[in-house]
Design a protein around this ligand. Structure first.
Ligand SMILES: *Cc1c(COP(=O)(O)O)cnc(C)c1O
Length: 425
């Protein structure tokens, strides 16, 4: 069920009226539903019930808020992290280090060391040299690092070019035809325990075909590695399952996905690992905003809201669609463009959209903003850093403060030679 719905004519998140959150915290603000995260986490797990030994690692880059991570830690999820900062967050949320996977194409020596310090569960190596360096660092410390080799299966994910990662020319993983030789060299290093292989071909996948094609290639690679004498215990199949952003869109369900996984991997005899991000977080959040003006425009009016591209970058970055809805809809509709206050034409959420009628001072939401929303926000145009709220039943809490422009300004310095006193002298 959708936990953002109308109750007595007003949009609620679970049992909390969104208007009450706007009143208490101000706008723009992200609002997350604990029940929605839990529901998605459960659905993904249940979809994979027929896939044997499964390890679930939430890709925390989708929504790394500490409160959100606590909800998913309680739901039994590990974490997929892509930086030392994300590793620190996962640990702060109480996710055991053994359940954390470290992905990412540019891990620094400092990050490798920090992960070894805490006893990280698995390094997903992106290139041979990374494995060599990790092996040296680990061996010097008397450790063996558990690792997989990330393979680029050269499959077109059929998604937006900026979130496609599994084509040969993308920066991720090693080419699949070179994987057996690289794996063999890494497996011979004393500082590494090579447990298996990993892949992730992209995000917001709308069809299972590309995933199935990639998994089949990985299955053939597993057989080849075993034939060469490598005990392959784990295969990390990444994330990428897409979600609907527009009413009426259909996407593969976790049950359909799980059935495909079970079919393709049934003879692998490994622990399967998954790194879902968007599927878990996407529809668990909305961006709540207030209408500043309805500005006459040609040929349609502009609804200018107090949220902007610095708060929600996806429309400007990927031409992404987010459904827009009034918090107190009257039932009337209008055609309008929706834009934020930032001085960029790209700061436009929608053009010529059929929306609820709104007027100055009304509250509205952008739906399905729980993944790749707040985490991509910035202070561009010297705007505040957006606040985040987590709802649980009929209670809510601010889980990220709004960071005001004066706080950001306080971290900046004018060098001595540019100070007004210096020029006066
Ligand atoms: C981004 C990413 C994910 C999560 O992708 P979603 O599309 O959000 O599920 C998983 N694994 C890796 C390595 C990633 O980079």
């Amino acid at each position: 069920m959708d936990h953002f719905s109308l109750v007595d004519g007003a949009l609620h998140c679970e049992g909390v009226p969104l208007a009450a959150i706007a009143e208490a915290v101000g706008t723009p603000v992200y609002v997350y539903s604990s029940a929605m995260f839990e529901q998605n986490a459960r659905a993904f797990r249940e979809g994979l019930a027929g896939a044997g030994d499964v390890h679930l690692a939430y890709a925390i880059k989708a929504n790394p808020n500490l409160g959100v991570l606590r909800v998913l830690a309680k739901a039994g999820y590990g974490a997929d992290v892509v930086s030392g900062g994300e590793l620190a967050r996962a640990l702060a949320a109480g996710i055991p280090a053994a359940d954390i996977v470290f992905s990412g194409v540019g891990k620094t020596d400092a990050e490798l060391n920090a992960a070894l310090d805490v006893g990280l569960g698995q390094f997903n190596l992106e290139l041979e040299e990374e494995g060599v360096v990790l092996a040296q660092i680990a061996a010097a410390r008397g450790l063996r690092a558990d690792a997989t080799l990330r393979v680029n299966p050269d499959v077109d994910a059929g998604t937006h070019a900026k979130i496609s990662t599994g084509k040969r020319e993308n920066k991720f993983g090693v080419p699949i035809d070179q994987a057996p030789a690289i794996f063999a060299r890494l497996a011979a290093l004393p500082g590494l325990a090579m447990r298996g292989v990993a892949m992730h071909i992209g995000s917001q996948l709308s069809e299972l075909g590309p995933l199935e094609a990639a998994y089949a290639r990985i299955g053939a690679l597993v057989a080849e590695l075993r034939a060469a004498g490598h005990p392959i215990e784990r295969v990390d199949l990444g994330g990428g399952l897409g979600i609907p952003y527009r009413a009426g869109e259909t996407f593969p369900s976790p049950v359909e996905y799980g059935a495909m996984v079970a079919r393709v991997t049934k003879d692998w005899g490994v622990r399967l690992m998954f790194e879902p991000g968007r599927f878990i977080a996407g529809n668990a959040g909305v961006l709540l905003t207030e209408v500043i003006w309805v500005k006459p425009g040609v040929p349609t009016p502009y609804v200018i809201v107090d949220a902007a591209m610095n708060d929600l970058a996806r429309p400007a970055m990927y031409d992404a669609w987010h459904d827009f809805a009034a918090v107190r809809p009257t039932g009337e509709r209008m055609t309008a463009n929706i834009a934020g206050p930032v001085c960029e034409t790209g700061d436009t959420f929608a053009m010529g959209r059929d929306i609820d009628v709104v007027k100055r001072g009304d509250l509205a939401i952008f739906r399905t903003a729980g993944a790749y929303g707040a985490t991509m926000s910035s202070t561009y145009n010297s705007r505040a850093w957006v606040a985040e709220v987590l709802v649980d039943g009929d209670r809510f809490a601010v889980v990220a403060d709004r960071i005001l422009p004066e706080t950001v300004l306080a971290a900046e310095r004018v060098p001595e030679w540019l100070k007004p006193e210096a020029s006066a002298a």
